[in-house]
Write a protein that binds this ligand. Sequence first.
Ligand SMILES: NC(=O)c1ccc[n+]([C@@H]2O[C@H](COP(=O)([O-])OP(=O)(O)OC[C@H]3O[C@@H](n4cnc5c(N)ncnc54)[C@H](O)[C@@H]3O)[C@@H](O)[C@H]2O)c1
Length: 408
Amino acid sequence: MDKLGVGFIGSGFIARFAAQGWTSVRGADVAAIYNPHPEGARKLAAYCNGLGIGNPNIYTDLHKMLADRTVNAVWVMNPNFARLETVRAVTEEARQGKGNLVGVACEKPLGRTADEAEEMVKLVEKTNLLHGYLENQVYSPSVVRGRDAIWRYGARKAGRPYLARAAEEHGGPHMPWFWDARKSGGGVLLDMACHSIEAARFLLTDPEKPGSLKPVSVQGDIRSLKWTREPAMGQLKKQYGVDYSVAPAEDYASVNITYEDEGKEVLSEAKVSWCYTGPGLRLSMEVLGPEYNVAMNSLQQELSVFLSRNIHSGQSEDFVEKQAAEQGLMPIVADEAAAYGYAAECRHMIESFVEGEAPSETWHDGLLVTRLMMHAYKSAEEGKTLKFSPESVRGFVPAVAKGTWKPG
Ligand SMILES: NC(=O)c1ccc[n+]([C@@H]2O[C@H](COP(=O)([O-])OP(=O)(O)OC[C@H]3O[C@@H](n4cnc5c(N)ncnc54)[C@H](O)[C@@H]3O)[C@@H](O)[C@H]2O)c1
């Protein structure tokens, strides 16, 4: 198959980023968009059309889209709470073979719990579908080039890196369902540590020995530093209708993972927050090795703009995702879809599906990340470092997701 038709499931924030990134995908067009709420799908379809990446049909019935023979792969980009039900439908359709599907790609987190993620893997493995886990950060050009620099130059001469730090921070999500952990499955740990954990694991993994890094132990900490305090709590209720005096979620998390590689200890530190006030989304990473280090910070751009106090404009995210100001000196991320990895991620997934090969990130990676995050929640609840053991997080639902978490 030379060119695939892709069906988008969901047409919100991340689907728009995927569309932007799609301009650098050559092996596929966006053939369809499914959304039970068609207005958003219509808007995205017009946007795709304008970008020249397809003229998608709109479906409000998922089964009809899956039976459309021009749809060869689907991108699951709806909210976390709709994930499993969506994948049940996709895999059921693939097993019955009515449609023409070869692959399915799914946004992070793969599941809200280890059980959900495990079920996703079981469902997809009952089909012949190729599966890709959409962890954009490991396709970000800075992360890929940074990994290449340390492994090709530093590690080959001086030994493997021993520590990676990855952080993702902004002022909080854009839709109410993210804030309500009873729907989304968690706060910032689930929403963003998935990225930082996987980016750090990617940077620490020898490109010639994928899968060589074995998790040994996990230590997690979660806090509410901003959004259960006034005036932030009142603002949250007013803007999103979410009441953190009843069921709060964490807005800060740290996850320390110890891995082992050929008898050597390797450390990963993920720090994430929804309580960072700065110009916008900040991704930062650092890797330390015996005679080298590599560092990146997505807000240290070569491009910035200064707008004086006399210029007043409405709120926008034109310069950077989660932009928090419209005046003063501001960094501009010139091509966000490329910088954050969406473009290369979509390109890689499509190239893999066209070739009939498994992508570099599959749902097994998504499952591992979900298990690591569940260890982190459990560790935070129990106040101790936990030995990594997939069995120990079966049946585990974080207190945050149950709505029973009490911040200190
Ligand atoms: N990789 C990243 O950097 C990144 C960034 C943001 C979001 N995400 C992930 O992408 C997913 C979607 O997040 P978002 O920010 O786009 O959310 P969003 O709320 O902006 O968009 C969700 C979309 O799904 C639609 N929808 C709602 N219920 C649905 C259903 N049952 N079936 C199909 N569509 C449905 C909504 O109408 C909307 O179009 C989440 O899992 C989130 O974690 C990933």
